[in-house]
Write a protein that binds this ligand. Structure first.
Ligand SMILES: NC(=O)c1ccc[n+]([C@@H]2O[C@H](COP(=O)([O-])OP(=O)(O)OC[C@H]3O[C@@H](n4cnc5c(N)ncnc54)[C@H](O)[C@@H]3O)[C@@H](O)[C@H]2O)c1
Length: 320
């Protein structure tokens, strides 16, 4: 499979390096308006450098693309790749608005291409194991979920904090939670409230979100990205069930406490990006479905839009 990398930034470089280890996959083109970023990847993996995704698509040099772009470029890049008959792995979030999501889904269906969303937690070994434990009833009926993602560094691409470009903590991080929590506990979210804050003149960099799942379980989501100092990323998720508690922590730690005792597992060296790319290649080259699908990405967009509306109005928002 001839793979193009569109956006040779932080994630594009990781995907290009991981693709080298996939049998039957070659990185044949890389697009980035910052020429040295594209060249750094083509020097390493081979392939032709381009200044933008349209030139890359017009070249006919790829069967599929990974899109690792600023969020304001997601919808157009997906639609134009579909129009060129090229399969798409789009990094989260699918896009910025529900209307964009509908446009992407229509373009995918019209072209008959594969489109998968890179919700990375679905490919992490500790999350896959945790989901299996919840489904097997090891902690009983989930009653509450506490979900935290915090990190800090002043050294981020400027668009991360530019509202006009789809920046801000809700677009950068909440989509992970709005996808991983319903997927983990097997229940859709039904209502959200949200408050946000941040530095003056920038998109919001912290959010406190409460959620209610359709059967009545509750969620508390806390997101924060420090902008003035450095502190490593932390992700912590705790599910309290009717018969036990499950914890997933940064670095691949999974623990369960129940009346049957304690158990802990570690997946410290997990290769989740390899698993994610392999799933995309399988969907492009065989009968495997593309999961997470664009519809999963759209659900997270609906939730993030509801959270933004709640932050604006101060009111809870029902999800239909
Ligand atoms: N799944 C995860 O764990 C994870 C982690 C970080 C980022 N992401 C997501 O990955 C995506 C990319 O984020 P990033 O941190 O790599 O950003 P980045 O700013 O490092 O990279 C984006 C790159 O796109 C390039 N670009 C801009 N316009 C372009 C165009 N028209 N054609 C080609 N290239 C263009 C930029 O020059 C830049 O090099 C975002 O959607 C982000 O939310 C996901």
């Amino acid at each position: 499979m001839r793979l193009g990398i569109v956006g040779a930034g932080i994630m594009g470089a990781k995907v290009a390096a991981t693709a080298e280890r996939l049998p039957g996959v070659r990185v044949t083109a890389v697009a980035d308006p910052v020429a040295e970023r594209a060249a750094a990847l083509t020097d390493r993996s081979g392939g032709i450098p381009f200044a933008g995704f349209q030139e890359l698509l017009d070249s006919g040099a790829v069967d599929a693309v990974y899109l690792g772009l600023p969020h304001d470029g997601h919808a157009d890049a997906c639609v134009e790749a579909a129009a060129s008959g090229v399969h798409v792995l789009i990094d989260k979030p699918l896009c910025n608005t529900v209307a964009e999501a509908d446009r992407i889904i229509a373009a995918r269906d019209a072209a008959g291409i594969v489109l998968m969303v890179g919700f990375s937690y679905r490919f992490r070994a500790e999350w896959l194991a945790a989901r299996g434990l919840v489904a097997d009833g090891v902690i009983g009926e989930p009653l509450s979920v506490t979900d935290v993602i915090v990190e800090a560094t002043p050294d981020t691409p400027p668009w991360y904090w530019d509202t006009g470009r789809g920046g801000g903590i809700l677009q950068l991080q909440s989509h992970h939670c709005f996808d991983r929590l319903p997927w983990l506990v097997g229940m859709p979210l039904a209502e959200l409230t949200c408050r946000t804050t941040g530095l003056a003149g920038e998109a919001e960099s912290a959010a406190a979100i409460t959620g209610t799942f359709a059967p009545g379980a509750v969620a508390g989501i806390s997101l924060s990205f420090g902008r003035t100092h450095v502190a490593g990323p932390r992700s912590l998720t705790v599910v309290q069930g009717s018969a036990g508690q499950l914890r997933i922590e940064q670095g691949g730690a999974l623990a369960v406490s129940s009346n049957a005792g304690e158990r802990a597992e570690s997946y410290a060296d997990d290769d989740w990006l390899h698993r994610q790319l392999s799933a995309f290649v399988a969907a492009c080259t065989g009968p495997e479905p593309a999961v997470p699908a664009a519809e999963d990405g759209r659900l997270a967009v609906v939730c993030a839009a509801a959270a933004a509306e709640s932050a604006r109005t101060g009111q809870p928002v029902r999800l239909s």
